[in-house]
Design a protein around this ligand. Structure first.
Ligand SMILES: [Zn+2]
Length: 293
């Protein structure tokens, strides 16, 4: 066996297993973080929320245990939500695809952390309509560290980048400055929309956690990502609302459609942009620079 090939395979297996175990941990975060009576590390062992059964290690293996137990608790036979498998699988896939684009670099870890935070936010917001601060502020601080440690000239804003460089700025300082500017503008753009909506309709249309979430997303994905992410997330949210309404989901549950969590849509749009944003911008700018004929 070729040593290089063997090494490459070993790294990919490790990247997949790492993603799987982080996904497994994120499941704990999703359940425990928004619940005041539970801490992330206390109790130490995972337990069945229905019967309190302490889950032994062999029933707690990512993906495998859920399949072997056919999605039911060994003790009370109560259902284990599909979410557990979904989040583990997402961890695995996100880890792999970020590794594919970034390699095994510092940025791989920053972006994988960022994407798993978005995953946790999505499921917490879907269930409880809150976005915990602990998933926002530490992620913002790490976003600033990432910007300073791994600076790279963005596709849009290259002129400003060149201008600052000529003015004697270091790359890390420009990158940090750009990420903080993106944070502020991301926050303000959604906050402004939320204020306008409230003035217009007389009630809140957006959660308090949504502007900080877009701020953090902008920090990692850059200023040019704000408008496309807002557009994409609103479009998907609108389509989902129409689909839910026409399927009669709200009437069946006796709910009126007053508010839907926007965090999952922002997160989804951010993940799409993470993988396809640069490609889209390259394509878009190539259109702009086409010679007129
Ligand atoms: Zn149980």
């Amino acid at each position: 066996m070729e040593p290089a090939w063997f090494c490459q395979t070993l790294i990919i297996v490790m990247v997949l297993c790492f993603g799987l175990s982080v996904g497994s941990f994120v499941n704990v975060v999703i359940y425990r973080l928004p619940r005041d009576d539970l801490a992330i590390s206390k109790p130490k062992r995972s337990f069945c929320p229905l019967c309190g059964y302490q889950i032994p290690w062999y029933d707690n293996l990512p993906l495998l245990s859920w399949v072997l137990l056919r999605g039911r608790c060994r003790s009370c036979r109560g259902p284990i939500p599909v979410r557990y498998v979904l989040v583990e699988l997402l961890g695995c896939l996100l880890s792999f695809f970020i590794y594919q684009t970034e390699g095994l670099t510092a940025r791989y870890f920053f972006y994988f952390y960022f994407s798993m935070c978005l995953t946790a936010i999505t499921f917490i917001d879907l269930e409880l309509m809150v976005i915990p601060d602990l998933l926002i502020w530490p992620t913002a601080v790490l976003g600033a560290v990432n910007a300073a440690l791994t600076p790279y000239p963005p596709l849009a804003g290259a002129t400003l980048w060149r201008f600052l460089r000529e003015g004697g700025w270091n790359d890390w300082a420009i990158s940090l400055f750009a990420s903080i500017a993106a944070f502020i503008l991301g926050y303000l753009s959604l906050k402004a929309l939320s204020v306008i909506y409230k003035l217009w309709r007389g009630h809140k249309g957006l959660g308090d956690g949504d502007p900080p979430l877009l701020a953090v997303i902008a920090m990692y994905l850059g200023l040019p990502a704000i408008a496309p992410i807002l557009l994409l997330s609103s479009m998907v949210a609108l389509i989902s609302v129409v689909a839910l309404l026409s399927a009669g989901r709200f009437q069946k549950q006796g709910l009126a459609l007053k508010a839907i969590p926007f965090g999952p849509f922002l997160s989804l749009a951010a993940l799409i942009w993470l993988f396809f944003g640069q490609k889209f911008l390259t394509w878009y700018f190539s259109l702009l620079s086409l010679p007129q004929s």
